[in-house]
Design a protein. Structure first.
Length: 190
């Protein structure tokens, strides 16, 4: 199956080696920023696509962190964000005022999801909320949102791999690549 998935990728945007460099750079930056923080730092991992990135990132951190998870969706089986997010798994903690939360996301395009999550956590009185994304598509931004930590900016193309999916496929690719539009376009769009 992986062979077929590789064949459906038209080009590699971020190689395994580049992902290694990105996670090392971001872990060093986050570790430095929080090295003297007296509060608990929590990595809030957004399921499912962020898991590979979060795992690589946290193994390189030199500060103690706790892990929490949320599951939100805005794509479903589409290649474009619906503009609405649904919270499927929420963060349930009663100590948010003592936490410095870093939301870990695989990709930001419209910015709606992270903008909403950041505001939600601030409204719940989290001490601080920052965002860290592996991939950023600023050309797609629909709201005024700038992530605190960015791995790499990418062009406006539909990407898969390293956790990113199309209809739950391609997550296991060890790189980030552009999916061939033939894999998701309707026949009358080709």
């Amino acid at each position: 199956m992986l062979k077929n998935q590789n064949e459906n990728v038209t080009k590699i945007l971020v190689s395994q080696e580049e992902i290694e460099q990105i996670t090392s750079r971001l872990a060093a930056q986050i570790s430095k920023d929080y090295e003297n923080d007296p509060r608990q730092v929590v990595l809030l991992i957004i399921l499912k696509g962020s898991v590979p990135f979060a795992a690589d990132l946290m193994r390189k951190l030199t500060i103690p962190v706790q892990l929490e998870f949320m599951k939100v969706s805005s794509y479903g089986a589409s290649t474009k964000s619906s503009g609405e997010i649904k919270i499927h798994l929420d963060l349930n903690r009663n100590d948010l005022e003592n936490l410095d939360i870093i939301i870990i996301e695989d990709i930001i395009d419209t910015g709606r999801t992270l903008n909403r999550l950041t505001q939600l956590l601030k409204n719940r009185n989290a001490h601080s909320v920052k965002t860290c994304t592996m991939l950023d598509k600023p050309s797609r931004r629909e709201v005024d949102f700038t992530p605190d930590y960015v791995g790499v900016q990418i062009p406006d193309e539909f990407v898969v791999g390293f956790g990113l999916d199309y209809n739950e496929e391609y997550r296991s690719l060890p790189y980030v690549g552009v999916l061939d539009p033939k894999q998701y376009a309707h026949p009358n769009e080709l």
